[in-house]
Design a protein around this ligand. Sequence first.
Ligand code: UN1
Length: 496
Amino acid sequence: MNGKNYIAGSWVEAVGGARFESRNPARFDQVLGAVALSNREDAEQAVAAAKTAFPYWRGLSRVKRGEYLDRFVEAIKAQTDEITRLVASEAGKAYNEAKADVVEGIHMAQYMFGHARLSSGQVVPSEIAEKDAYMFRKPKGVVAVISPWNFPFAIPIWLITPALLEGNTVVFKPSGNTPLVGEKIVECFERAELPPGVLNLVHGTGEDAGWPMVTHPDVEVVLFTGSYDVGSRIKEACVKDYRKMYACEMGGKNAMIICQDADLDLAVRAAILSAFKTTGQRCTSASRLLVHESRMEEFAAAFVAMARRIVIGDPLDPQVFMGPLISESAMKKVDFYNLLAKQEGAQVLLDGGRLEEGAHRQGYFFSPFIYRMAHRKDARVLHEEVFGPHVALIPFRTLEEAVTIHNDVEYGLACSVFTEDYRIARRLREECEFGVGYWNLPTIGAEVHLPFGGLKKSGTGVPASWPLLDLVTHKVAWTVGYSHEIKMAQGLSADV
Ligand code: UN1
């Protein structure tokens, strides 16, 4: 499979003719495809195509635009298994997780399709009986979508479909780790007969292909999911531009709080899913398990025992729970933090390290790293995002202490609390800083119709899902007078 750019409805090579390879992280000798390696010129062509298509697209009715999303869903459903296998091979996600990624993409497109016939504005009262007042949404124009590899199918659809539904046109740069999945999304839109230029695809690196989109004067909105380092640069660039809007979803250092009265069977299973699904590479993964000290021994023993049973291997094998890390640099990062934990005084409970024998020889396989450590402000491993199967068990004594530890990180995305006491759950819900919270559930697995976004370094205040409909539109007031004379609000005189 080869990856090309898609500009103004045509599949094209990068202007400079360069290409890069997409490889399977579970078998790095397997090249999945050669992909266009784009630069500024390609990005500029894509923005120009999106700008040209905008007047036509915004001129269609919202319901008509929604119907394209319905056809898009049909195109996905016709090849769900093929797409799932591609996600598993290119992102290294275990088959069941790859499938859930595809299903999550379908759900978001369906949800936005449903929105097409829902109210897109408001009728509001006026002080004056002979006035009617309304709020309408107007699309902003060209929206840039820059998406990560870990949900290579769902996240682009989270970002693209609200933008399209509201009448914006899109330039899309998928992660350089998963370009072929990005390509599939665009192919499905092509099958849905989306008009040329409404959605454009540019492959390549963030620096050469993404940045020219972010800073392009004709791009009105930037929707980004990825690391804090990149997201904060995007935010800065947008803030400097007097009209550019942005929503960045970034990292997490998410915690589960396991209280004294917790149902440990539930908590252990939830912690395994939260820490090790997607090999710990979700922004919602839990890397801190705050456990009441009276339950620590019991919890740690059960958690480590279950972690030992995790099957690590080829994502296409249905027995496999954990696939590889995405890349060599991801592996180096996890290795670095595992070592750092030891240097910072961790009491290591499980450390299988890198797996290099037999079937694991050809991929970036890493086994779970579990340690116990008292909370400390100066321990980097308890504060920095690792994005891998690296998890700390941190004891606490009082709820107050649990809240303090929970909030003593620069991130605030996902949180889950385990308790049988509704008063405790409510207190934690109120006092912990997070955007996506759970009671007696894992920190992962949010559904598409809930707001998805974090506080502090995790987000920029506009969660994904329906709040994006606001970000990609301008809310305009429209007031109509029916009187034969001018009547003003606020008692303002109309006398001249
Ligand atoms: C992410 O990791 O960037 O809630 C998104 C979840 C998924 C989305 C994760 N639905 O874990």
